[in-house]
Design a binder for this molecule. Structure first.
Ligand code: 1PR
Length: 541
């Protein structure tokens, strides 16, 4: 695409910039990477992608000598856009890194969301409400994808007095800045490249220089964070060697009967795209075999991510095999290196299963001391907590009463084989094949301390049963941690999604089999929730 107009992107970030590149190309522009401060002078339109930590981001800029060139670009009046941490560094400072000064283009400081009554990080689809102003394609009826723990509190009139137009969002009782614009500058706390068609519209409006292209004069139809609905694809090679989407019953993915084949429910890239077009708020791929016989650089999952991120503009999570390992040629490869390959290929988050359980056991073994060496710690330090999901595969262990075990028990509505009503949830590894002596409360608290940003909470007993989620399990984990929890396993119809949002305080809900078998679409679920008065993001085309 040589004849397309160019956009310059600063090449400093870790994290997923592939989606931003894909988004920019999708709206008709081409990318040029800035590799040194001198390159910035060549830029007409400059974009600062932003992922991760405030202090880390500022330090990277200043070490590489970018700060004067960025300032000069902004002051020259040439188009400048910054995203997420890119917005944050335009302010004076952040409580995330109190000793590091921001660029100070905008007066104000960031602080952390209050987690006393809500999950932090703030993850999901929220508004960017511009009131009576038009701002680069923003619409009050649209929702945009946010993922962050720190925010600029919104105080009416303060930024406006400095000449900024502000778009706001609300999380619980906190109102914060979703986007700001003035003259040549647009900065968004949300990720336009992950916000579906609504986000691409903002990118295009910026690149086309159409500041006054939004919809004004309306209040956001409904303010606040929407109910997140996630589609999950378990992927593995079948007996013919093809990579297929499969789905187990209680983790058994083979057809019943003699010589049962691995269930083949379709092709990963096509299915992900369908779910995106039905309105899935995120798509998760779990590589449930680890493709051990192939060099890591050729992992088939990498190609799946690259192709999916070309057409799916919502967050992508990839799990399976994220751990320190040895490559086919004998070289050692760290979990962080594997995660890096996934992020470069278009993933926004990696999900860690078995390795998280082992790490938690070691954490308790060492008297709750962090080693700094676990995959969770290393990946969250490099890419931010929001990039690390821990996938939990628990199984019920029934006891006749709570005093029989040292583990955290609940009273369950699913009676045991001898009519027991008390159980604890044992964590498993290796796809449920091995049960460990650690419960879900212990595990999730340990991984939260290590820096995990979200919990993907499966339940082996419910998986593939289409009989609904395990509310007792979900509430037990929600009561144990502050990070968001995704409820998984057992969804069989749209009503189950309504129930889980009603009966638990889960932050998101995930379905697999009911979508793959074509029984219901993601759109059916969203429409059902909306009819019941729950706020959802509608797919825009
Ligand atoms: O241990 O870091 O290599 O990660 C392996 C990952 O693969 C883990 O996230 C683990 O949950 C997953 N996994 C391993 N084996 C299986 C299997 O099914 N044999 N699948 C498996 C887990 C469970 C859910 C499923 C929900 C919803 N899949 O993700 O999608 O239960 O299903 P439903 O709505 O149809 O009930 P590592």
């Amino acid at each position: 695409p040589k004849d397309m107009p160019k956009v310059y992107l600063l090449d400093y970030v870790a994290g997923n910039v592939r989606s931003l590149v894909n988004g920019i190309e999708k709206v008709g522009y081409t990318i040029e990477w800035i590799k040194s401060p001198e390159d910035i002078e060549k830029a007409d339109k400059l974009i600062l992608p932003g992922v991760g930590h405030f202090g880390h981001c500022m330090t990277q800029f200043s070490k590489a000598g970018y700060l004067p060139a960025i300032r000069k670009h902004i002051e020259s009046g040439k188009p400048f856009m910054s995203i997420c941490v890119g917005l944050q560094v335009l302010f004076e400072g952040s409580s995330e890194s109190p000793s590091v000064a921001g660029l100070g283009f905008i007066k104000g400081h960031l602080d952390r969301f209050n987690d006393s009554s809500k999950s932090v990080p703030h993850i999901g689809w929220n508004s960017a409400n511009t009131d009576d102003k038009q701002v680069y394609g923003l619409r009050p009826s649209s929702k945009y994808y946010y993922v962050h723990s720190y925010k600029v509190p919104y105080v009416k009139g303060e930024l406006e007095a400095q000449g900024w137009t502000v778009a706001t969002a609300r999380y619980g009782d906190e109102e914060f800045v979703g986007a700001v614009a003035k003259g040549n500058i647009l900065a968004t706390q949300f990720h336009p490249e992950k916000s579906g068609v609504a986000g691409l519209r903002v990118l295009k409006a910026f690149l086309d220089g159409k500041q006054d292209s939004g919809v004004a004069g309306l209040k956001a139809v409904q303010e606040g964070l929407t109910r997140r609905v996630i589609a999950c694809l378990d992927v593995r090679t079948n007996d013919q060697g093809d990579l297929v989407v499969t789905k187990g019953d209680q983790y058994d993915v083979r057809e019943k009967g003699e010589g049962g084949n691995v269930r083949n429910l379709g092709k990963p890239v096509e299915m992900a795209r369908n779910y995106y077009e039905q309105g899935a708020d995120e798509v998760t791929f779990l590589n449930i075999t680890s493709f051990r016989d192939c060099p890591l650089a050729d992992l088939p999952m990498l190609e799946i991510l690259r192709r999916t991120s070309e057409t799916v503009f919502v967050p992508l999570t990839i799990g399976g095999g994220v751990r320190d390992t040895t490559d086919t040629d004998g070289t050692k490869v760290s979990a962080l290196q594997i995660a890096t390959m996934y992020f470069k290929s278009g993933a926004d988050k990696v999900s860690i299963g078995s390795d998280a359980v082992t790490a938690a056991e070691e954490y308790y073994g060492a008297g709750k001391r962090l080693s700094g060496k676990t995959a969770i710690e290393q990946i969250s330090q490099a890419y931010g907590n929001q990039a690390v999901v821990v996938s939990v595969d628990p199984k019920r262990v029934y006891v006749s009463n709570a005093s029989e075990t040292k583990h955290n028990t609940i009273t369950t509505t699913f009676p045991g084989p001898n009519g027991e009503s008390v159980c604890w949830y044992a964590c498993t590894i290796k796809g449920g094949r091995e049960t460990r002596d650690i419960d879900v409360v212990e595990l999730t608290q340990a991984v939260e301390a290590m820096g995990a940003g979200e919990i993907l909470l499966n339940c082996i007993d419910q998986d593939g049963t289409n009989s609904g989620f395990d509310f007792g399990l979900i509430n037990q984990v929600k009561g144990a941690v502050k990070i968001p929890v995704i409820a998984s396993s057992g969804a069989g119809n749209p009503g189950h999604f309504e129930e889980v949002f009603d009966q638990t305080s889960t932050d998101a809900a995930l379905g697999a089999g009911m979508f793959h078998r074509g029984e219901y679409t993601v759109k059916d679920v969203k429409e059902f929730l909306e009819a019941k008065g729950l706020m959802v993001r509608r797919f825009e085309s």
